[in-house]
Structures are given as C-alpha cells and as structure tokens.
Design a protein around this ligand. Structure first.
Ligand code: A2P
Length: 348
C-alpha cells in the first residue's frame, strides 16, 4: 500500500502517517507525526496485566515480529522486566535505542509537581533507559500513597485515598520540565476529559503530544477526538480490541460482532486485524495487548490491506457512544467520583 492511500484517511487525521521500514526485518510500519515533529509507530504492544516472564516473553516475541513501540506504566509493575529485554537487544546491537518508542506513565500517587521527577527517574532506572519517548499523566485524579510502592492506596473501608488538591497546572509544569531535562522526548495525558484537555491547552508551554484513552469500535470517542484534533494532539487507543477479557460485559465482545466477523471473512483477515485497521485508518495509534505469539504477530500485520470507505462506515456505525464504554473506573476505585478531577462525570 502506498503512503498516499493511508494519508487519505478521513476527517480525524491529525497529520499524514509516514511509512518506515523496521530495521533488520521485512516489516513496514506507519508512524504518526506529533506537533513537535517526532513520530509514534501506529502499532505498539500494550502490556497492562502482563508481568515477569509473561511480559519478558511477549516483548521478546514482539521485537522479533518487528514491533518497536512498547507501552507500559509505573502502575503495571512490569517496567523492570521490559527493561531487561530491551537492554539486551540494545547491547547485542539487534536494535538501536533511536528505533524504539517507549511510553510510560506517572502513577496517580505521583500527581503532584514535586513528585514527577522522582517517578520518571525511577521508571527510567527500571527500563534501563536515559529517556522515554512519551511520558503520560496516567489519570487526572491524584491519590495519596503510604510510600512509592503503595500504587493503589485504599483506606480500611476499601475506598481510594484521594488527594483532593490535585492541581493540573503545576503538575503539567513539572511534566514540561521532564522535556527540558531530556528525560522525556514528548509528554501527554491519559483518561482526561475534554474540559481538562482544553484547560491544559490554555496554560501549557509545551503541549500534550498524545492522549491515551479507551477507544474501540463500540466506544469511538468521536467528540473527544474532535477536541484533540483541533489542538493537534494525536490519540492512542487502549483496549482497541474491546478488552475481551472484561467479565460481566453487557453484550458480546466486539471481536465477535457479526459486522466484524463477516468483514474479516470477506477480506481474509482476523476480526482483530479489522478492528485495529479501522482505528489506524482514523489515524489513531493502537496498543493491543497480547502475550500469545500468534495473536501478537497478527496484531502487527495490519499494514498490507486497506478498508474501503464502505467498510469504514460500517465499522463507524458500531459506535455506541458512552454506552460502549468498558472501563468504568468507579467500580474498581471506590469513592473516586467525588474527586474534583474525576474525568467521567461529564459525557466526554
Ligand atoms: P492474549 O494476551 O491471550 O492474546 P485489548 O488490547 O483490547 O485490551 O485486548 C487485549 C486482550 O485481547 C487480551 O486478553 C488478549 O489476550 C486478547 N487478544 C489480543 N490479541 C488478540 C487477537 N488478535 N484476537 C483475539 N484476542 C486477542
């Protein structure tokens, strides 16, 4: 497929994607350009809920497949394992640091200006890197941990221990200082609502390069995407396959939806490839998580076909807006809705 065919992607495109050959492999991958000229590979490996040997193996296999983009977070507690594999590949000369794109995230207990350097420095040490490509504020709410290992602080009743004084302006200044100090090439946000994005845009000196939120065919975030598009903030989808591991979902997983399965059969692709390709053609970066070698490989093989305008429309029509949202943080974070910065008290 030509570069032109992907840059013809409809309205949501922020900047045209660029094609790159992955060094040392036969793979070609598209990248999305940030406002600052830096580029993010459009497919990365998500690593939430993968730890120790599971994540070590997944990163090793992903690198062999051609993945160069890896997404982690302090909260995932897998930075050390990921760092082990990356540093081995770098020291053996199999990959250069500049070919990799590494994202990690500030935990909620670090959502105060005075903590940002400490948490990023710790992440860099674990990842065995001198900089990350992208550092995100993981969640707009601040929490108070007993210490830096108390990543999901709860009181005796199981309620989240909230820091009611979260201040995005001073926090963002501290994020900007990470770019100044060379510890992060770009900075961004995750799980912010449109009002919080607009507010950051008012006071920022260095704007967010990327916003990572839940996006999949059932929850396409059209309104929030329009806000980010207006500010030239690229978007990254977590849960792009519709988080099939989520139990108690109201409906069949999107991977099994007849529109998706029949399109996959017609095009000789898997349902996952259809869902990922749909988001990629909307110029949304995807970070599907997999620890299974076959699925991991198929999730990367999404650059050799193109969905037609009709196919795109059919998939666009699966959107259920807010009803399609699968990650309801107030279930796992009891009491969090009370926080003034809880992002999901407004529609988008
Ligand atoms: P596994 O690790 O066993 O492959 P999401 O990225 O939307 O959160 O989804 C990740 C989940 O989807 C994981 O449970 C993962 O399981 C599963 N998964 C990843 N790739 C595929 C695929 N190509 N087809 C079906 N399920 C997949």
């Amino acid at each position: 497929m030509s570069l032109a065919s992907l840059s013809n992607a409809p309205a949501q495109s922020v900047t045209p994607s660029l094609w790159h050959r992955v060094e040392g492999t036969m793979e070609q991958v598209a990248k999305l350009k940030f406002f600052n000229g830096l580029e993010m590979p459009m497919v990365g490996l998500g690593t939430w809920q993968a730890r120790d040997d599971e994540v070590r193996q997944a990163v090793q296999q992903a690198l062999e497949c051609g993945y160069r983009h890896f997404d982690t977070a302090t909260l995932y507690q897998n930075e050390e394992a990921i760092g082990d594999v990356l540093s081995k590949w770098i020291s053996e000369g199999k990959v250069a640091r500049e070919e990799l794109f590494i994202t990690t995230k500030l935990p909620t207990i670090g959502n105060r200006a005075e903590y940002v350097t400490k948490y990023l420095t710790t992440s860099l040490k674990k990842l065995q890197l001198s900089y990350v490509d992208l550092y995100l504020i993981h969640f707009p709410v601040g929490c108070i941990g007993k210490d830096e290992n108390d990543l999901q602080p709860r009181d005796s009743e199981g309620k989240v221990v909230l820091d009611m004084d979260t201040d995005h302006e001073s926090l963002w200044k501290a994020m900007e200082e990470q770019v100044d100090a060379g510890r992060a090439k770009s900075i961004g946000i995750s799980n912010f609502n449109s009002a919080q994005v607009e507010r950051i845009m008012k006071f920022c000196r260095i704007q967010p390069a990327n916003h990572q939120v839940e996006i999949h065919a059932f929850h396409q975030q059209k309104e929030l995407r329009a806000v980010c598009h207006k500010h030239n903030i690229t978007m990254c989808a977590y849960g792009p396959l519709g988080a099939p591991y989520k139990e108690g979902a109201k409906q069949k997983p999107v991977l099994k939806h007849p529109v998706v399965t029949s399109m996959a059969a017609r095009l000789g692709k898997t349902p996952a490839q259809i869902l990922l390709r749909h988001l990629i053609q909307l110029n949304i970066v995807v970070i599907p998580k997999s620890s299974n070698p076959d699925r991991l490989k198929q999730n990367f093989e999404v650059f050799d076909f193109k969905l037609s305008d009709d196919d795109m429309r059919e998939l666009d029509n699966l959107d259920q807006g807010i009803d399609g949202k699968l990650f309801i943080f107030s279930d796992s974070m009891i009491g969090v809705k009370k926080h003034p910065e809880f992002p999901f008290n407004i529609p988008f």
